[in-house]
Write a protein that binds this ligand. Sequence first.
Ligand code: FES
Length: 117
Amino acid sequence: MPKFNKHIFICTNERDKKSPRGDCGRCGGLEIRTSFSKLINQNGLKGIVRSNKSGCLDACELGPVVVIYPDNIWYTGVKVDDVEEIFKSSILRNDVVERLVADKETWNRLEMIRKKP
Ligand code: FES
């Protein structure tokens, strides 16, 4: 039996500023995590839903990246302003925010970015 009903992983990884891959830590990962934690507390879901800082989730170029389990929902390009919408949709309603959810096109785009010399 899982300890939490929902587990939100927010990439807060930081790497060298010169890295062409970028990172989620410097584009808002920590603030996003803080916003999720506040919403969990405000909605009385502490101990039921958990938000965790995570290391690199291997989609750095499209970050910040947020993953929600057990639903296996991946969001890319998340902004702090998107957190409430994600929370209401994916945590409270078991739905997805279509405009942010990663799909086949998202992963194809990532592959193309990484193939560029
Ligand atoms: S640094 Fe966030 S996915 Fe890699």
